[in-house]
Design a protein around this ligand. Structure first.
Ligand SMILES: Nc1ncnc2c1ncn2[C@@H]1O[C@H](COP(=O)(O)OP(=O)(O)O)[C@@H](O)[C@H]1O
Ligand SMILES: [Mg+2]
Length: 302
């Protein structure tokens, strides 16, 4: 038993001969906003579909609320709301009617519909046909359809796709209120760090089906790169590697991944081994640069 709302182990999906999701172990804690980040084609939607039991994993296990999705799917899904890829709604019905379809189907109290409309700020547009909604309103209706049962776990797949900056900002504020106001845990995917960074407490970064980082964004921010120049960089690299330091590359000057404390130990090690240290410089990268770096070369960063 863990406190995690979602836990996957070695989750894998293979289509013909390529892996879309490759050995993914995710951990999503209670009432977190978990940002699932990765470029297009990284495997985000495929992962979410497996979490919802819409797609069968090739390998691995999924636990939601500490229960196995392959055994307790129906029971689990009564507490999960989702918006995957495009919102699905009837465009010839009004926003209100769309929500009522779900409410009746799931036998929910009618006050849920009113509340969901209010939360996504569609109350005054509830009687308009959805085909006359703006893109932002359609997206908000998609979220209303996902939250109308007030689920414990809300899964949103790129809910801000195609929206302008003010629409994105609006949805971000909306989602931020869900854990506190409704006790929800939110899993939200995006291909843009900037969309997620002011909303998510935890992020999982995925590329080519592999999880490259899972943790707090602050952990990612704190990780520095240090540039060191010496009279013999090649030998210094060998020495540092032997001591377990992570080195970015074998080029000159050498780049070391280290926190503040490790830097002085590394420099002392070099000096004690009779190397001349000419330069030690911190190479600060923005979060955006780090994200691009992680997803571009698919290399483990931490
Ligand atoms: N039904 C499918 N059949 C074959 N390949 C698929 C299928 N669904 C997704 N893929 C492939 O899996 C990879 C991941 O896709 P997806 O999960 O949609 O990525 P993302 O949502 O991160 O953009 C892509 O290369 C995509 O082409
Ligand atoms: Mg997708």
């Amino acid at each position: 038993m863990t406190n995690n709302i979602v836990q996957t182990q070695n989750l894998t999906k293979k289509f013909s001969d390529s892996y879309s999701v490759d050995d993914l172990s995710l951990n999503i804690g209670s009432k977190e906003i978990y940002g699932f980040l990765g470029p297009n084609g990284a495997g985000k939607s495929t992962t979410m579909k497996m979490l919802l039991g819409l797609m069968q994993p090739t390998k691995g296990t999924i636990k939601i609320f500490n229960q196995d999705i392959s055994k307790n799917r129906d029971e689990i899904l009564t507490h999960v709301g989702a918006l995957i890829e495009e919102p699905s709604y009837y465009k010839n019905l009004t926003g209100l009617e769309n929500l009522q379809v779900i409410q009746k189907l799931l036998d929910l109290p009618s006050k849920n519909v009113k509340e969901a409309l209010k939360i996504v700020r569609l109350t005054e547009h509830k009687d308009k046909l959805v085909k006359n909604y703006s893109l932002g309103m359609k997206q908000r209706l998609g979220i209303a359809l996902a939250i109308v049962k007030f689920p414990k776990l809300l899964i949103l797949d790129e809910p801000t796709n195609g929206l302008d900056p003010s629409g994105i900002q609006e949805i971000r504020e909306l989602i931020k209120s869900f854990p506190k106001n409704y006790g929800m845990t939110v899993l939200i995917s995006s291909h843009l760090l900037s969309e997620i960074e002011h909303m998510a407490n935890t992020v999982g970064i995925i590329n080519r089906g592999k999880l490259l980082f899972e943790g707090k964004l602050t952990e990612l921010e704190e990780q520095n790169k240090i540039l060191i120049n010496t009279n013999n960089n090649k030998k210094c690299i060998d020495l540092l590697k032997a001591k377990g330091y992570m080195l970015e590359n074998n080029e000159k000057p050498l780049l070391l991944e280290a926190n503040q404390k490790d830097i002085s130990t590394a420099v002392r090690l070099l000096v004690n081994n009779q190397f001349e240290v000419y330069q030690v410089q911190s190479v600060q990268k923005s979060l955006e640069e780090k994200f691009i770096e992680i997803t571009n070369d698919g290399k483990e960063f931490l």
